[in-house]
Design a protein around this ligand. Sequence first.
Ligand SMILES: [Zn+2]
Ligand SMILES: [Zn+2]
Length: 351
Amino acid sequence: MFDQSDLEIYDRITLPKSLKIPERSRLYSLKPIGIGTPSTESLSSHLTRLAEEHCLPLKKLVLGEIAPRIFSDQYQPEMLLKSVSSILGNSDAKPAINGMRDMTRSLVDALEQLTLREDLKYLSCLTYKEIIKERGLFRQNKAWCPKCFQQWVLEHKSIYEPLLWSFKDVNFCLKHSCQLSNRCPHCDSPQKAIANHSRLGYCDRCKQWLGNNLNDELEIADKERQILAGIGELIATTPDLDSPPTLPDIIQKLKLIQFFFERSLRQDLTQFIALGKTLEQLKIAITQHQDKPLNLVGLLIPICSLAKISVDQLMKEDVSSISKILEINFKNPIQKNSKRSSLASMFNRRT
Ligand SMILES: [Zn+2]
Ligand SMILES: [Zn+2]
């Protein structure tokens, strides 16, 4: 029989009065994939995974939790009839929900409030709004590497879409040396960046799996590699920046690069073949358009490549550090940038 006198009596525990329970988030604080690497997840991918974690269709999550915060007073019941893509303004004319539009900012703010995360801005290109021209930079519909999807499912990893795949000029996967796909292999449909019932790795229309190992291995041209590397560096370095880069700051660094290009030409005229065209474009950008955002793929990436600095150095380093780097690079033009050569291995990292 149970005897109460056998029970051991413990000392009384007094909790400190200041004990605080951390604030609870309204939605699950889902950790984004790959932040700080070129394989950083895109905002639309994170939003879609968040809906999956809550076992909700994407449209329900957007209408129930996100749209009321974004539109507040202007939130109207008629929105229930619209597609999630048009609610978030991701129309054919303005497709770049992962880019740098005002709606991207509103979506990031709403999601950061709902999840109590502070790192969701890194899943878009908002940081570069002042310095990089948005027009023509992002694709209208999704592109994806079917081999990446297939590999992740075999390795029991989360299926997601890297921000890199949102860029119009990214047409290849460096990891699998294959072309990205942009139509469902089963029903030939293009895929919207966000759709009412988006499920990552599956077709919006026929609901079948988009992963496979069919895409051939290709020799990727140096120019394509240069673009992939440059955009990857830009994405990877975003969380390391103390504040968004400003146009006057970038123009100052470009003027410095112009000085080294011109000095190099004075010393060796044969350099004109390599530097001439880009130098002209650089001069025009500095003198005529210095109040306008700059072309990433057509100007900044080729300039960095010719100056043998990485895009993240251009964004992150101050003028005096860049000057020291350029002084070394232009003393010995053959010297390769070690950061650039290690980029292929960076693409294989995801955290
Ligand atoms: Zn791949
Ligand atoms: Zn399909």
